[in-house]
Design a protein around this ligand. Sequence first.
Ligand code: HEC
Ligand code: HEC
Ligand code: HEC
Ligand code: HEC
Ligand code: HEC
Length: 238
Amino acid sequence: MSDSEKPYLHFPKWANKVPIIVATVGGLLTVYVIILLGYGANARTLNVGYAPVQPVPFSHELHAGLLGINCEYCHTDVKRAAYAALPPTQTCMNCHAEIAPKSKKLAWIHKSYATGLPVPWIKVNDEPDYVYFNHAAHVNAGISCLTCHGHINEMTRVYQAKPMNMAWCLACHRDPAPHLRPRNEVTNLQWTPNNKAQLAHDLNLTVATLPKNLGKYLMKRYKIPSTKLLTDCETCHR
Ligand code: HEC
Ligand code: HEC
Ligand code: HEC
Ligand code: HEC
Ligand code: HEC
């Protein structure tokens, strides 16, 4: 077999540039697709005040406010997973097997309990699929539900409290320090930084050793990544 008959492929020199061309075209396509999807999505993420009527008239004002049930009792995964999770019907039945068992307002809960069909809750806050969001990362960095969802504990029907668009995410990612609080206070929507004794207790410090600038201190203590990383496109678009 002579050299010219060898069954190997011999690429011309320009072929070395193929990966670069593919990467560039691919990159442009990705941006194009994101923009296309973006047009449909913008209205939704900007939807401040959106408050769909739910299949069960569940009131956070009553359950999280008046009765003081912790967010995590129902949104069990919020500190552990990307998705905060809605409670299964069993969680409601822990109380409603006994409390107001005949209430018509609980019709869907009884139906769901009897049939195993999930209650068709309607999503309020909804990012487009090309955006990556993660609850655990934020909550464990000391950002409260209050910062992003408003006074849920005063809502008889949940509404979207913040614009939740890219500009809103970036505004905090450029300077998260002023939004941080002790991790164990994230679900306490009444929290204030002015209660020094409580703050010292939360941080395992004494009132005398409390930092002057809480935000700066928590940035270090919770090892918050650099602004450069937090504003990188890849962080939210993977
Ligand atoms: C007793 C259970 C329960 C407790 C306690 C509770 N929630 Fe909820 N939450 C629900 C249910 C059920 C829904 C879905 C129906 C609705 O939107 O009202 C929901 C919906 C939500 C939503 C809207 C989700 C979406 O679709 O965007 C947010 C935000 C939320 N809860 C935050 C909180 C916060 C913050 C707390 C604590 C202050 C809390 N919840 C306490 C049961 C609970
Ligand atoms: C820790 C106990 C507890 C849990 C858990 C709980 N509730 Fe309640 N719920 C109550 C109490 C107490 C009331 C007030 C009852 C009354 O007014 O007679 C109530 C009232 C209600 C009412 C109003 C009933 C009426 O006829 O006025 C609805 C609807 C309701 N709850 C839905 C839910 C849903 C949905 C869940 C699960 C996501 C849930 N609750 C979980 C304790 C609970
Ligand atoms: C940094 C902002 C931020 C914080 C802090 C935050 N959330 Fe959310 N939450 C969001 C966004 C954004 C969505 C919509 C996510 C999506 O559609 O992918 C959301 C959605 C939800 C949902 C609907 C289920 C889901 O995961 O999509 C629930 C329930 C919820 N949040 C509860 C909470 C609770 C409870 C806390 C506090 C312990 C909290 N959130 C803290 C921004 C936040
Ligand atoms: C109030 C401040 C604040 C807002 C609003 C906010 N973030 Fe963040 N985000 C942070 C902080 C602080 C971190 C760093 C958490 C850590 O890794 O310690 C972070 C981290 C992240 C990460 C990296 C998490 C990981 O697992 O690597 C993603 C992704 C992210 N944010 C997406 C979003 C999106 C999307 C929005 C808007 C819908 C948003 N964030 C709104 C403060 C915020
Ligand atoms: C902190 C999170 C975050 C970072 C970082 C981020 N984005 Fe976004 N981006 C979002 C969210 C949330 C949306 C959807 C909401 C909206 O349309 O504003 C979005 C939407 C978009 C859209 C859709 C267009 C539109 O406005 O409807 C494009 C294009 C986009 N991003 C490109 C980028 C590029 C390029 C970068 C890097 C320079 C980047 N994003 C960095 C969160 C982020």
